[in-house]
Design a binder for this molecule. Sequence first.
Ligand code: PLP
Length: 359
Amino acid sequence: MRTHNFGAGPCTLPSDVLAEAAEELVDFEGSGMSLLEMSHRSPVYDRVHRATLDAFRRVAGVPDDMDVLFVQGGASLQFAMAPMNLLGPAQRAGYVLTGTWAKGAFGDAAAVADVYPAWDGADSSYTTAPAPDALVVEHGSRYVHITTNETIGGIRLPELPETDVPLVADMSSDVLTRSIDWSRFDLAYAGVQKNLAPAGMAVIVIRKGVEADASQRLPRFLRYRWHADADSLAHTPPMFPIWIMGKVLRRIEERGGVAGLEARTARKAETLYRVIDESDGFYRSPVDPSARSHTNVVFRLATQDLEAEFRTEAERRDIIGLKGHRSVGGMRASLYAALEQPSVDALAELMEGFAADHR
Ligand SMILES: *Cc1c(COP(=O)(O)O)cnc(C)c1O
């Protein structure tokens, strides 16, 4: 039996994708070698590469006036690359501080550019999301940065904020689990290891022509244009996650694309929040109900000892990855794309039984 992997990242991957990749790993399509050993300039790899780029564009509904890029360095590198490329010398940007990741993006941006908090959830200890009209966007702002889902706090932005400047978004932990109005965005990025692929890169969607002139003076790797002009083949790309991601995207496409994944994700989240809400306080969610994440369900039990006992019990049933982030403790069940409803049902059943036994 496969382990029920609720880990927050790297994510569980579809078992049929892993089996297919294992079969192809040593001898890719009769070529006598592994795809991983091939030149990234070979026609065989080129086809795989472009198929994954196209699949992401199709599944995410990315319009023709935006580029899709694959860049090594994960979402963390994008915290700096975004302001470095988009902000000219006299420009600023507002950041919506919803939790750990948004603050990380803000801190890195502050190291290279002029940025300010357009909203800060500190008053509510980062347990909620801003109302759409709650942002304070300073005059002359180039963009507003949002984190569509806070992976650690378990907070989801239920709606995009109202702004008259473009949005830039970190979508690492909910990419493709909700439909996206691309007209609002100049840039979005996601580390692929949360929903879509093994670790090793970020997928980036950038509107054509939005880079500041100053970006031309950046080292080439740090320029979005350098990657875009070469279809993300300007240097050796991370071939392994690109290969696997193509397979994952085709599975998502076959099952109704973003709409299908959105519905499956909402149902998984609802299953767990219902158990929490109906537990008479045995399980507690620290997050404002209006901002509850669909991909990272954070909850607490009465004591840390009880939480540890719960996790031990879970592991006996092959349910793993439930420990909250080391910065906040507690429990976190991550419900990424390849984690299926039966795994969630197994966790829900454990939660109900454990609560009944420990009241
Ligand atoms: C995991 C995560 C990151 C960091 O991603 P890396 O690819 O590990 O750099 C950034 N933002 C969010 C929202 C995340 O969940």
